[in-house]
Design a protein around this ligand. Structure first.
Ligand code: FES
Length: 130
């Protein structure tokens, strides 16, 4: 079995059973992000406290890669320090998927990451004076 097939099974599994899927009532941050190339969307919600991501949920309306990457990302960042997550880069996120992707599919894979980073930057700005 090739590496690609193993990794695809992981992505399939996250698509079939996405982790942390859903909404958070009264989130500290929320956002709706759209992939401009296809119009697919992800709504993402965060609970934050003591500089950490206490909870993360999302409702993704997109392709297999966008849903699977949101699921994998949510598992990776839940409970982590905001600063730690802000220091993750796009290469880290793509490496979690373990696939080589072309530019169009990269946008799918990074939709949830882009949404998350925007919210965390916003949170930092809002709390910078405290
Ligand atoms: Fe729309 Fe992947 S094709 S997010």
């Amino acid at each position: 079995m090739s590496e690609d097939i193993i990794y695809s099974a992981i992505i399939d599994e996250h698509y079939e059973e996405p982790r942390n899927f859903g909404k958070i009532e009264n989130p500290d941050e929320n956002i709706m992000e759209t992939n401009p190339t296809c119009g697919d969307t992800i709504a993402m919600y965060l609970k934050l406290g003591d500089g950490k991501i206490r909870d993360i949920k999302y409702v993704a309306n997109g392709c297999l890669i966008s849903v699977a990457s949101a699921s994998i990302l949510s598992e990776r960042v839940k409970g982590k320090d905001v600063d730690y997550v802000l220091n993750m880069n796009k290469k880290d996120i793509l490496s979690y998927l373990g696939l080589e992707l072309g530019p169009a599919r990269e946008k799918c894979a990074l939709l949830s990451y882009d949404a998350l980073i925007k919210m965390l930057k916003n949170y930092k700005e809002e709390n910078s004076g405290q």
